[in-house]
Design a protein around this ligand. Structure first.
Ligand code: ADP
Ligand code: MG
Length: 321
């Protein structure tokens, strides 16, 4: 019988840093094996949520339970059940990837032979065979993140927290992190990941919790959230910016009134019919002999998501350092 007790249960959690309210009453839950994305701009409160759930910070008020353990009353129980990337950044740069894994396994009480066996398994699983015998200090950013995550999986956790795991990674390393999350899901591990990219949340998450300025502004499946936000956008960039008004006239035929967005060098409309819209727009532009530099379907930006959800757009409380 599947376990329906939530792996994560958060109710009305608040947290302030001096006068700054970082969380102003946040509630959500996740079922075992679910991938939950917490999506929001810089300063929204994502890291504060992760730090409270992983017991690095105490909430001011509210209630949070992780894998059946109260984060305040049973912080030790929580810590035994979770994996948090970065928490294990106690990687020794002078040791090889393999040696780091063995060290973690030994620290967690595995006998020498079992520790070495587990380290070999993780090296293979994380596709680090070529790097296993190289000092971690010489790893690339993407490899480092993988060995970091592998160290956290020496004893498989019930819940994994990934705080902006792909920020600053190249597309290939990003894809590997995405594969990892799929791997967690396949093993029934619950994953909470934070991200600033709607595309990432959409790709990975069963559910998306959108946070803005310390409050949850949406909590929905990726599909329903996209419906609310309006799916993809068809964007046309003319070769000559002075053609923008004429392009706007042409594409306007394919968009509901009031939805044509006119920029200085480009025009975009909601692509209600996805690739079908793109094809019709391209044909209409061609028929008018207008020259275009680019035409593409793209996902709505985070700003557009916030505009659709809150009517105000996002206004980060702080600028990224
Ligand atoms: N240790 C801290 N001291 C003071 N303010 C903090 C601290 N940590 C976070 N904040 C503030 O709390 C708010 C939420 O921050 P954070 O949870 O880091 O957001 P995010 O991870 O979504 O970018 C921001 O306004 C931030 O400046
Ligand atoms: Mg953060």
């Amino acid at each position: 019988m599947p376990d329906r007790t939530p792996s994560l249960f958060v109710e009305d959690v608040t947290k302030s840093f001096g006068p700054i309210p970082a969380l102003r009453g946040v509630s959500f839950a996740a079922a075992p094996g679910e991938v939950l994305a917490v999506l929001g701009p810089n300063g929204a409160g994502k890291t504060t949520v992760v730090n409270i759930l992983s017991t690095l910070l105490r909430p001011d008020s509210g209630w949070a339970v992780v894998a059946g353990h109260d984060v305040v009353a049973d912080a030790a129980g929580v810590r035994r059940s979770i994996m948090l990337t970065g928490q294990y950044a106690a990687l020794d740069d002078a040791l090889t990837g393999f040696e780091n894994l063995v060290l973690f396994a030994r620290l967690l009480g595995l006998p020498r032979r079992a520790a070495r066996a587990r380290a070999r398994e993780l090296i293979a699983e994380f596709d680090l065979d070529d790097a296993a015998d190289r000092a971690v200090g010489r790893y690339s950013g993407g490899m480092r993140r993988r060995i970091d995550i592998a160290c956290g999986l020496v004893v498989p956790p019930q819940v994994v927290f990934l705080d902006e795991p792909t920020t600053g990674l190249d597309p290939r390393s990003r894809q590997r992190v995405w594969d990892l999350v799929s791997g967690f899901k396949a093993r029934g591990i619950t994953t909470l990941l934070t991200t600033q990219y709607l595309e990432e949340a959409d790709h990975l998450a069963d559910r998306i919790v959108v946070v803005d300025r310390g409050v949850v502004v949406a909590d929905d499946t990726a599909a329903r959230l996209k419906d609310r936000v309006g799916g993809s956008v068809c964007e046309v960039v003319p070769v000559r910016p002075r053609d923008v008004p004429e392009i706007a006239d042409v594409v306007g035929i394919f968009a509901p009134a009031g939805t044509v967005e006119i920029g200085t060098d480009r025009v975009s409309i909601p692509a209600l019919d996805g690739a079908g819209t793109l094809a019709r727009v391209a044909a209409a532009i061609d028929a008018r002999h207008l020259r275009i530099a680019d035409i593409a379907l793209r996902r709505p930006s985070l700003d557009e998501v916030f505009l659709a959800l809150t009517g105000t757009g996002s206004a980060p409380l702080e600028v990224a350092a």
